[in-house]
Design a protein around this ligand. Sequence first.
Ligand code: KG4
Ligand code: ZN
Length: 335
Amino acid sequence: MNILGIESSCDDTCAAIVRDGRAVASSCIASSAAEQNLYGGVVPEIASRRHIEHISQVTRAALDEAGLTLREIDALAVTYAPGLIGAVLVGLNFAKGLAFAAQKPLVPVHHLRGHIAALYLTHPTLQPPFLCLVASGGHSHIVAVQDYTHFQVLGRTVDDAAGEAFDKVSRTLGLGYPGGPAIGKAAASGNPRAYALPTPHVEGAYNVSFSGLKTAVLNLVNQARMQGREVCVPDMAASFQFRITEILAEKLLAAARDTGAKQICLAGGVAANALLRETLTAGAKRLGAQLFLPALSLCGDNAAMVAAQGYYEYRAGHTADLSLNGLATQSIEEG
Ligand code: KG4
Ligand code: ZN
């Protein structure tokens, strides 16, 4: 079964074709991240306008790369929530138009379910149940993936998402957007123990909080400036990266230990972080659990993950009619 996936929930315009939920036939992305960097973060209207400009070409490219015509596509899967609503609506409306014109089933996909499905593309034999940390620019969840379309959130951020914290600290340090890769690069030559950053206290065994950590970095930078000094950027980047990855890894491993999960996974843009991947690899080994990491090319937003999840949603009978609307927020459990 060939599913054409469409994704436009943030600053990447993406189309991809996946066979039977597991094999990527094509995956195309046009990103406006470089342009967004000029403004220090994503400007929603610019994201929407770039999606409008790029979506048809990206979809054409995905069909061509897979060597398929629209007629050979069995269903259209599209991110309908959550995300920047103006951005979501561009991809959603385009997918609805295609589904209408080509008379194909339309499958709504929750963006975070899509991030999790990137694991099925990387590990063809991985099957639920498993425990997954989904860390992106907008969300940080610890999710029990009960089966392909049933999810239970065990923990979440009470304030900033992990990716958002990377982006904000990166901006404070003058490293640009997106913050994750910039911090990772700067941290490579820094000392992770140079600055003692706090581990915020938070209610709920598997919840996380990053707002205090972000503010601690900001305060140290401002204090140094008031004293006529500058913080050492590589050392601060390394100290921040060390603390945030330690918090994320500890929470996921604690949830795995407490629930007895034997398979643990990582997903979302932050899953590309090398230190987080290393820390979890060591932690999973200590716990005797099997760790599954997404391919680096599938951590950030892409439409292959949407098409992969779309396959399982379709098989579960989750299709929509042409009145389908987009949502800025929606729980992964209900989506
Ligand atoms: O999943 P994603 O591509 O988009 C959303 O759904 O939000 O995640 C983007 C987030 C950004 O905040 C970005 O800074 C972060 O993922 N990110 C990283 C890395 N690469 C991207 N964070 C840490 N380390 C990275 N290597
Ligand atoms: Zn995402």
